[in-house]
Design a protein around this ligand. Structure first.
Ligand code: GLN
Length: 490
């Protein structure tokens, strides 16, 4: 069995039936990480006892215990998730040495189903960014072209998965952070419906938008992983009391009679010709497979980027106020602490440990929430957000799934946009409205640029309609010409 390219279910099956031990799997991937990570910078830290964890699992299998659906599958976890005993920095100096005493629910559920945590994955600081360039741990390289960004904020997850340093990864998506890096690195990334996956133990960025999801190598692996992490959690009052369907077992590549919506507002944009072509090819493919293509319209998406940046920055400014250097995390050094007043204490600590992008967002968000501006900015953004959602609900009366580009162009060069925050924010033009409306969305690899960079297709469905979205993705994946293509670095 070629472990490097094996699917999640193949590895789990082989471990359970003892064709391969979890220990061998962990050692195999540990070696890959050791040889490739120095080039990519995808992992920020490794689980020092990953191989021992795998051995413990093997012992349980030998005793005949049921070890779960994902037995022995090596996973990498984005820095945003609390992991018991493993550093959780959120890509920030302010949490440089933070070791949580508990696991995020999504991680705990994966562990319960038998995964082996290999380590933590790089990301933009507090998940604020689209290129992984805001990380305190340094930029991640795109394994398809080391001069390019992997996307962000879950760039470490996307790069690690694309180069098969693990068999599965977890990411988070507040405005596109799972889908955009998935598209840039040629993997499958799913942001589920808001409320599907518990946010308990995930470092909060913008709580009304944040969702966690799988970033893996196939639609089936995504469905399987999502099944494990989804479901009501008493620790997160925003999780839905909904049954979690067996998405992986119900996957069907049959799209005959399905209505695929093309959003008028997204099809007229200034698309890179290779992205345009990939979108056209995906539409042709679905037509050939018997789907019906319909035009839909969500006019208010025109405002998605500004609304997103107002809502996200406002919530972030509130969420990040907890990093004050008092209870945990980084604290500025003072010669005589007792002589320092509180304001000086906070401003030194936060001034030294937050990066420029995080500071920009805190300032923007604090401004939006301040008295006199609250109604004009934060409230107004909330009203437009509601309209975007209502227009989506209308659109989903006419179609099952909406198909669109993920980004206007393939992965850009490292350094190309760092000095222009607006150019960076505009990267999120096709992804943020999904979060504002709380809808499920995903990216599935479907095309390639002239120079060989991966290009994904974005699919969005109605609330809790993940199955429809996954089925269309499965159909596209089955017909995809880029299937089986791997980055040069491996
Ligand atoms: N690029 C967006 C931002 O910077 C989205 C990030 C995310 O989804 N976490 O906020």
């Amino acid at each position: 069995m070629d472990l490097t390219f094996a699917s999640i279910s193949e590895i789990a099956e082989a471990v359970k039936t003892r064709k391969v031990s979890a220990k061998e799997v962990a050692q195999h991937f540990r070696k890959r990480i050791e040889s490739l990570n120095p080039k990519l910078n995808a992992f920020t830290s490794l689980n020092p006892v990953a191989v021992q964890d795998a051995e413990a699992l093997d012992a349980r299998i030998a005793r005949g215990e049921d070890v779960g659906l994902l037995a022995g599958v090596p996973f990498g976890i984005k820095e945003m998730f609390c992991t018991k005993g493993l550093t959780t920095t959120a890509g920030s100096k302010i949490l440089e040495n933070f070791v949580p005493p508990y696991d995020a629910t999504a991680v705990a559920r994966l562990k319960k189903s038998g995964i082996v945590v290999m380590g933590k994955l790089n990301q933009d600081e507090f998940a604020m960014g689209s290129s992984n360039e805001t990380s305190f741990h340094g930029v991640v390289k795109n394994p398809w072209d080391l001069e390019r960004v992997p996307g962000g904020s879950s760039g470490g997850s996307a790069a690690a998965q694309a180069s098969r340093l693990v068999a599965g990864t977890l990411g988070t998506d507040t405005g596109g952070s799972i889908r955009q890096p998935a598209s840039f690195c040629g993997i499958v990334g799913v942001k589920p419906t808001y409320g599907r996956v518990s946010r308990y133990g995930i470092i909060a960025y913008a709580s009304s938008l944040d969702q966690a999801g799988p970033m893996v190598s196939s639609v089936k692996d995504a469905a399987l992983t999502l099944e494990v992490i989804s479901g009501f959690d008493p620790q997160d009052s925003t999780t839905a009391q909904k049954k979690v369907p067996a998405w992986s077992q119900n996957l069907k590549a049959d799209v005959k009679g399905m209505k695929i919506g093309l959003m008028k507002e997204y099809m007229t944009g200034n698309l890179h010709p290779d992205v345009q072509k990939t979108v056209e090819n995906s539409v042709d493919t679905l037509k050939q497979l018997g789907a019906e293509i319909v035009e839909v319209s969500v006019p208010m998406t025109e405002f998605a980027v500004p609304v997103y940046y107002l809502v996200a920055a406002s919530e972030a400014s509130s969420n990040l106020s907890r990093y004050d250097g008092v209870k945990y995390g980084y604290r500025a050094e003072f010669k005589n602490l007792s002589a320092v007043d509180l304001e000086e204490f906070y401003s030194q600590t936060r001034g030294q440990a937050f990066g420029a992008e995080v500071k920009r967002r805190i300032m923007l968000g604090t401004y939006c929430l301040s008295s006199g501006y609250y109604d004009a900015f934060y409230n107004k953004a909330g009203q437009v957000r509601r309209l975007i959602m209502q227009q989506y609900l209308e659109a989903f009366k006419k179609c099952d799934v909406i198909l669109s580009p993920v980004t206007t162009a393939p992965a850009f060069k490292i350094g190309e946009r760092v000095s222009d925050p607006l150019a960076m924010y505009l990267n999120d033009i096709f992804t943020t409205s999904t979060n504002l409306a709380g809808l499920p969305g995903m990216s599935v690899p479907f095309g390639q640029s002239q120079s060989g960079l991966p290009i994904g297709i974005q699919l969005t469905a109605g609330h809790f309609e993940e199955q429809k979205m996954l089925n269309v993705a499965y159909a596209l994946e089955s017909a995809s010409l880029v299937k089986g293509k791997h980055p040069h670095v491996i």
